[in-house]
Design a protein around this ligand. Sequence first.
Ligand SMILES: C[S@@+](CC[C@H](N)C(=O)[O-])C[C@H]1O[C@@H](n2cnc3c(N)ncnc32)[C@H](O)[C@@H]1O
Length: 299
Amino acid sequence: MSIRLTVVTFSLDDAKSEKIDAAFRSFMQETNYWQGKVLLDYSLMMHKAWRPVLPMLPLAADISVLDVGTGYGLLIDELAANLSVALYGIDIDAKYIQGARALSETLAAQDIFESGSQIEFEVGDICSIPYPDSMFEFTMVREVFQFVDDIDKATEEIKRVTKPTGFVCVSDNDDGLFLSYPEPTEAFKKLHRAIEKEQSSYGGDRKVGRKISTILSNHGFEILAVNVIPEARHWKVTPQDPERFFLLEQLREAKERLVSSNALSSSEYDALLRQVESEPPSEQFRFNARVLVIGRKPR
Ligand SMILES: C[S@@+](CC[C@H](N)C(=O)[O-])C[C@H]1O[C@@H](n2cnc3c(N)ncnc32)[C@H](O)[C@@H]1O
């Protein structure tokens, strides 16, 4: 029997979305794990662009949904606040899973979850998902493929845990879809290119967005929809701007990896970082778009 696409039409409850944002922002203030701060800041911004898209996903009441690479579980909390579904989130980073559990408990105490919704978080790798075959009607993978070295293994794993005729949604960035004005400085571009090179040396791919539909098709999924989620903003960067602060922290943290992978020498890295640190704050226009693909597992 094939899973019917009885897509529930739902609109997000804005008051609940505000409570979710507030809980995540206050968690971001409290945590000392700076990688966690970066992820929370980034996820909140990206998720805003996703909110209008959520009601278009193949969701139905009482199904089981897996979110692979869930981070702090923002997507899961938003779905549980609006639908009665069983939600499972896994992430390779135990600190994120610990945070995701704490955040969903905070939100449960505010009584924002739909009755009948259920949430579970577990540590797990996309290449070895800790659930049995055919457990989920719908598997989500948002901004995880770009970090994965064995994309074929990861795709086989999401296929294994999805029910025959069930759905997957894979979405990711692609550096080719990024625009900004003013253009980043040469120093910033050089550091960014070095990070891209270093990331691809262990299999990560910052241009994976354009490849998702082909990857899924090669693994036997029927491609049902291909779309992009645009996100654009204009803001005044101040010296205290959290995005600038997190970016500098990420660049500082990358030094050891960049130097040991020979992407840059230590002195080249130091000179580039000094230039980026001394760039005066300015106004910024930023455009980014994520590719989103919905696939269906064969019978
Ligand atoms: C950019 S974040 C996206 C988080 C979340 N999906 C969201 O959309 O808010 C990438 C996440 O993928 C997780 N991740 C990276 N490699 C993974 C792997 N091999 N298996 C599971 N999770 C992984 C990271 O720990 C991180 O939480």
